[in-house]
Ligand binder design. Sequence first.
Ligand code: SAM
Length: 248
Amino acid sequence: MQIPQNLAPCLRDNLNPAFLAEKHGILEYLNPEYLSGDNDKYRKLYDRLAPLYDFGERWIGFLKYGNTVAKMRREMMQLLEWQNGAKVLYVSIGTGKDFNYIPANVDAKSLQLVGADISLGMLRRAQKVWSRKLELSLVHCAAEDLPFADNYFDIVFHVGGINFFSDKARAIAEMLRVAKPGTRLMIADETQDFIESQYQKNALTKKAYADAQFDLAEIENAIPDSTRERQTHFLWDNRFYAMTFRKA
Ligand SMILES: C[S@@+](CC[C@H](N)C(=O)[O-])C[C@H]1O[C@@H](n2cnc3c(N)ncnc32)[C@H](O)[C@@H]1O
């Protein structure tokens, strides 16, 4: 199997060859241990939603919330420490909406961006939207088993999936492992209020989220004590949280 040239330097050298493949220019590293339970459920949901996802935020989201979603995404991106030329990992990239909100004082084209997601459908949308505009490589994998090398990325962040990952603590440990020492990481997702008022009522998502409950403290407690400057920010009138922390 041919590893795409721009991804070769960021991969770890102990990858299991049985999990590796390549589809449509997207590297696949799928460990079956993390493809069951909630991961399987949300992977299938997002594969189905992928063609509608950007339309939903742009039109339905805009009609309901005006430009407040864009404002929240911009605020989240400002919690990261951007610098030109940075190596950036976005875990659960989805369609890559947040790339619209990279701060204007950063040359987005200078960034070496890597996006990981468990849904191939979402990755293919990200590829379609961004591949000619940015230096972006995509990897189809679970957040719980990232194929990347230790201490590689200058910026590591996640938006919008961790509440229902099969193994949240493992995903956080993986994000920390691949970040360089000193990196400020961010993990952001919806609050329980928003899940109840939006996802459990929306026709497209209500079945999958019917019994969905998560505990914010569980995620806060999964951030290891070895990290510094741990903070939980609440955005968009408490509909979203963003946890930031620095790798020692
Ligand atoms: C609500 S979408 C958010 C997408 C994007 N981050 C955004 O803010 O628009 C949730 C994303 O998490 C991904 N996801 C869910 N479980 C995952 C896992 N265990 N590992 C990696 N990605 C996962 C889904 O495939 C989906 O793309």
